[in-house]
Design a protein around this ligand. Structure first.
Ligand code: G6P
Length: 368
């Protein structure tokens, strides 16, 4: 299979490096400068959208984490209330579904049993279902009312990387589409976000060419028993995904907390040498995150900070700093997740783990 890996050691690292292309392919023909967004498999009309009073975003694992970003941006830009839930929780909690509900299911494979069950049940109760999936002809793509294909290409490694990034891209495009239909954003505002999105493949590429700090951090941290992740807002959503990646492939106990929750429990676990990975891309939350970092540093934590280029003040508080190319804060997750993936990858490799096939995990969970 060496040939299939195209010169890379594993599928996971190959797929991480395919992300600039995957982001680009997912935008191509949908986001064109100066033109309205084109989504040829989404048939939702303005009248139908005006009738929607609630959106649920449903998925499992990484797809659920993409949904958390989706909630944040849909509420902010399209002004529709959104709830995100894990498919296996949602389906058994008798959720409030009516003909005014829009359900967005996210599934790389399009075959996850719980996610598919939510789709079927939702349709039965009169909801409209939009599927975001990577597999053409998959069960969710066939059964949903509307489909948004992520063009990540086949993802072989069990831990999702390029599929997650394209799920984010899909959610941003869908959000702009909804905001346009609803009239909550002007054409100029949409154009501005679109223009910035079109620069992301190149910025992702830049990130992938600067790996030293991540490798160095990994070589120092691979023996840890616990690693904590901290973030607020969109950075919290990315931290959850970062901690999932790390535990999946390196078997290190990893947990993500919202910065503001630190005082409500996790700080009790910080002792000299505890490793914390903090993400700080959200300007309005920056001071609060810096004070969270000070709180853990005071207790002896070793901190890796992930922030935008130019936020050099993080070097004063953090032991390691990873910089991501500047983009709109709103779009930060698409770039900031990449160092999280790479850190997990290098930590797992240092430990000698089989990154493509982590123990006990399957690529697709088609039975409950
Ligand atoms: C499994 C995979 C994960 C994935 C999840 C949901 O747990 O190992 O990588 O995020 O299923 O899969 P789906 O195909 O529905 O996105």
């Amino acid at each position: 299979h060496a040939a299939e890996k195209g010169g890379y050691e594993d599928f996971m690292i190959k797929e991480i490096h395919e992300q600039p292309k995957a982001i680009k392919d997912t935008m191509t023909s949908r986001l064109v400068a100066g033109q309205d967004i084109v989504l040829d498999k989404i048939h939702l009309t303005k009248e139908q959208l005006d009738n929607v009073d609630k959106i649920y975003i449903i998925g499992c694992g990484t797809a659920y984490h993409a949904g958390l970003v989706g909630k944040n941006i849909i509420e902010k830009l399209a002004r529709i209330p959104v709830e995100v839930d894990i498919a296996s929780e949602f389906r058994y909690r008798d959720p409030l579904i009516t003909d005014r509900t829009l359900i967005i299911v996210i599934s790389q494979s399009g075959e996850t049993a719980d996610t598919l069950a939510v789709l079927r049940d939702g349709k039965k109760k009169g909801a409209r279902v939009v599927a975001i999936t990577n597999v053409v002809g998959s069960s969710v793509s066939r059964e949903a009312d509307d489909v948004f294909y992520t063009w990540a290409g086949p993802e072989i490694a069990v831990a999702s990387t390029k599929a997650y990034v394209t799920q984010l891209v899909a959610l941003y495009i869908l959000t702009l589409y909804l905001a346009d239909l609803k009239g909550t954003l002007s054409k100029e505002e949409i154009e501005k976000i679109k223009t910035e999105m079109l620069t992301l493949p190149e910025k992702a590429e830049t990130l992938l060419n600067n790996l030293e700090t991540m490798q160095k951090f990994a070589s120092k941290s691979y023996m840890e028993k616990d690693i904590f992740f901290l973030g607020r807002g969109l950075d919290y959503a990315v931290s959850l995904e970062g901690s999932l990646k790390l535990k999946e492939i390196s078997y290190i106990h990893a947990e993500a907390y919202a910065g503001g929750e630190l005082k409500h429990g996790p700080i009790a676990l910080i002792e000299p040498g505890t490793v914390v990975i903090a993400t700080l891309t959200q300007e309005t939350l920056l001071d609060k995150m810096v004070s969270n970092i000070r709180e853990v540093v005071t207790r002896g934590a070793k901190v890796l900070g992930i922030a935008f280029e130019g936020s050099t003040e993080i070097e004063k508080t953090c032991d390691y700093a990873i910089y991501i190319p500047r983009t709109m804060e709103l779009l930060a997750p698409i770039l900031s997740v990449i160092p999280h993936q790479l850190i997990s990858y290098y930590v797992a490799k240092q430990k000698g783990c089989d990154v493509d096939k982590p123990r006990n995990l399957a690529k697709s969970v088609t039975v409950e």
